[in-house]
Design a protein around this ligand. Structure first.
Ligand code: GDP
Length: 453
């Protein structure tokens, strides 16, 4: 399908025990035969797919290295093309010298993502799967890795295929009606149409919601820990991180800097800032802390508002509750090992968790409340969720098309008008999986890959 046979180093830069160079394209095996000599005397071109040969890489009588060559025959390879993977010793210079020889022998240097792009264009992978490869490679936490694995396994594509088949059936009914308006078309009645559109709408809404939750699982949630001085914010942070990161002291107002830190609670990464207490104060350094805390609240997705349960609420506490009442906050009542004398009425409507940061109690309850507040409680890292902003935007456009189709249907517009909206929705969905996608979009996606992938 592609004229050029491409090659690139597939393993990371730097020195390693082994390094792999991948060659893919019609001439991959012939080119490999020009540089590789098997000790068995057999040519790679005589080998079946999925076989390996041990030999050496020769450049004009000079032996560059021992090597193992793995032969894949089209279409049974990652790219769907003839492919040879040559494994040599993993030094950067060694790999570059072997690659140079392969390029001299007829291959072209691969563009970033070109192997995966060929896999997509050769029908080995849809776009959702191809994009998940990036997540498999660059995952920075367990949750991201598992979400990428699930997408790579085809679960996400299956979910999308279900919506697609419903919409395709509707579009087919509309097309049949347009061609034969006087005939009875099976399935073309209001009830059926409306219910199919509604179920597509529900599935898409769920998918978009899960995307947001998945994004939080992958990237973490920006979290502000706030509260008066001395209520135990630093101690809470230490409890979460399991380390003595913040300065814990009995002097009120000592946590002055915003300390960026990440901790994991359950499946979730909290991107924390330990802030000064919110209070009015004349102390200039402390005032800066207060201003920063308010700013931090505004720019956070989650607020852990800490209160001292052993003291009655002060005016500042009431002010804080008022300040955060419409925000995504979890109230953390700390020091419950001492006593619990707070005004429960003032906490009506809030999510409240009782803990003792000092003794480490209440961790599970806090973890559960945080997962709920972060919107990830119903999502496990094995869930099938969309992985990229591009995919989300396509799903959003599909939803808009489906919603418009329902509105057109319910306002008594013509079947053709409904059909136009369904076609829009389908086009966006086909772009999501890559069944119908422009070259520009494909190029843009694969440009973000590394060379060799
Ligand atoms: P911050 O100013 O809000 O960061 O408060 P700190 O974390 O520095 O804690 C202030 C004081 O309260 C320290 O002496 C802590 O040991 C104490 N403290 C924190 N959490 C608890 C708790 O759960 N129980 C008790 N009894 N003391 C605590």
């Amino acid at each position: 399908m592609f004229e050029r046979t491409i090659a690139a180093i597939a393993t990371p830069a730097g020195d390693g025990a082994l390094g792999v160079i991948r060659i893919s394209g019609d001439d991959a095996i012939a080119i490999a035969d020009r540089v590789f000599t098997a000790f068995s005397g057999k040519k790679l071109s005589s080998l079946e797919g999925y076989s390996a040969a041990y030999g050496e890489i020769m450049e004009n009588e000079i032996r560059l290295d021992d090597a193992v060559a793995l032969v894949f025959r089209a279409p049974h390879s990652y790219t769907g093309e003839n492919t040879v993977e040559i494994t040599v010793h993993g030094g950067s210079l060694m790999l570059r010298s072997v690659l140079r020889l392969i390029l001299k022998s007829g291959a072209f240097l691969a563009q970033p993502g070109e192997f995966t792009k060929r896999a997509f264009l050769n029908g080995k992978s849809d776009l959702v799967k191809a994009e998940s490869v990036m997540g498999l490679i660059s995952a920075s936490n367990e949750a991201e890795l598992r979400l990428s694995r699930t997408a790579h396994s085809g679960k996400v594509a299956k979910k999308i295929a279900e919506i697609e088949s419903g919409l395709t059936a509707l579009a087919a009914s509309v097309a049949a009606y347009s061609d034969y308006p006087d005939e009875d078309i099976e399935g073309l009645n209001y009830e059926n149409f409306n219910s199919m559109l509604r179920s597509a709408q529900n599935a898409l809404n769920k998918m978009l919601k899960e995307y947001d939750a998945g994004k939080i699982l992958r990237e973490g949630i920006v979290t502000a820990i706030v509260g008066r001085p001395n209520v135990g914010k630093s101690t809470l942070m230490n409890m979460l991180s399991g380390e003595e990161r913040s300065i814990v002291t009995d002097v009120p107002g000592t946590t002055r800097d915003i300390v960026e830190d990440t901790v994991t609670i359950g499946d979730l990464t909290l991107r924390l800032a330990d802030t000064a207490g919110i209070r009015d104060t004349d102390d200039t350094v402390e005032s800066i802390g207060v201003r920063l805390a308010k700013k931090r609240i505004e720019s956070s997705q989650l607020i852990l508002a800490v209160f001292d349960s052993s003291e009655p609420f002060s005016d500042e506490d009431y002010a804080m509750l008022d300040y955060i009442k419409d925000k995504n906050a979890v109230i953390v009542l700390n020091k419950t090992d001492l006593k619990d004398i707070v005004n429960a009425e003032a906490l009506d409507g809030f999510t409240v968790v009782k803990i003792s940061a000092k003794e480490g109690t209440g961790y599970d309850e806090l973890s559960e409340a945080i997962a709920k507040a972060a919107g990830i409680a119903s999502l496990s890292p094995d869930s099938a969720v969309l992985l990229s902003e591009r995919q989300r935007a396509c799903a959003q456009r599909t939803l808009e098309g489906v919603t418009a189709a329902r509105e057109a249907l319910n306002s008594g517009m013509s079947v053709d008008a409904v059909g136009v909206c369904i076609d829009d929705a389908l086009a966006a969905l086909l772009e999501l999986t890559g069944k119908r996608v422009t070259n520009e979009v494909t190029d843009e996606i694969f440009r973000r890959f590394c060379v060799g992938k």
